[in-house]
Design a protein around this ligand. Structure first.
Ligand code: NI
Length: 183
C-alpha cells in the first residue's frame, strides 16, 4: 500500500469526466482502493475519489462516521464502502444545506445544497452489487464523492459563495459566537 499525492483544485484531473472501469474486480482496482484508503486515513478524510489521487477512473471510497450520521434509517454509521462505476438516482427534488470540505480544496469549507434522498448503485471490488438508499450525511458524501467522477468540486454546487470560507476563520467566528452567547 502507498500514500498517494492528492490533487488540489486547479489540477485538470479534477475537471474531467473519469473513465468507466471495465472490470471492477481487477487486481489493479483492489490495489488502487487500498492506496486510496491509506491516503484518506493519513489525512483524516471521510471519503475520496480516484481522480483526487490523479487516477481518472470511476472509483470512490467513503465512510459514514458515527459523528456525522443523523441516525436516520438510511443514514446509519458505516465502515468503508468502496464502489466502482457508481450511479445516482434522486428520489426527491428536495434539497438541504450542509457544510462540506474537500481534500482537494484544503483549509476551506462551504455550505452546499444537496438532494435529501437518493438511491445509488454500483459494484464493489469483490464483484458484489451495491444498491442502497441514502439520506442525510450518507446522501451528502455520496453526492460529493460521485461528483468528483464528473469533474465537479463542491464550490461549483454552491448557490451562495458568501458561505465559502477558511476553516480557521469559520472556527474563530463560531468560537466568538459561543463566547458572546455565554456573556
Ligand atoms: Ni472532495
Amino acid at each position: 500500500m502507498a500514500i498517494l499525492p492528492i490533487a488540489r483544485m486547479g489540477q485538470p484531473v479534477l475537471r474531467m469526466r473519469a473513465e468507466e472501469v471495465p472490470d471492477p474486480t481487477a487486481s489493479e482496482i483492489k490495489t488502487l482502493i487500498a492506496d486510496m484508503l491509506e491516503t484518506m486515513k493519513a489525512v483524516n478524510g471521510a471519503g475520496i475519489a480516484a481522480p483526487q489521487v490523479f487516477v481518472p477512473k470511476r472509483v470512490v471510497i467513503f465512510t459514514v462516521p458515527p459523528s456525522r450520521s443523523t441516525g436516520d434509517e438510511f443514514d446509519q454509521p458505516r465502515g468503508l464502502t468502496a464502489i466502482v462505476n457508481p450511479v445516482i438516482e434522486p428520489l426527491t427534488e428536495e434539497t438541504e444545506l450542509g457544510m462540506e470540505g474537500c481534500l482537494s480544496v484544503p483549509g476551506m469549507r462551504g455550505v452546499v445544497p444537496r438532494i435529501k434522498k437518493l438511491r445509488y448503485h454500483g459494484v464493489g471490488p469483490d464483484g458484489a452489487v451495491i444498491d442502497r438508499i441514502a439520506t442525510g450525511w450518507h446522501a451528502r458524501v455520496v453526492q460529493h464523492e460521485f461528483d468528483h467522477l464528473d469533474g465537479i468540486l463542491y464550490p461549483q454546487r454552491m448557490t451562495d459563495l458568501s458561505l465559502l470560507g477558511f476553516v480557521e476563520e469559520l472556527e474563530a467566528v463560531a468560537r466568538g459566537m459561543a463566547e458572546a452567547a455565554e456573556d
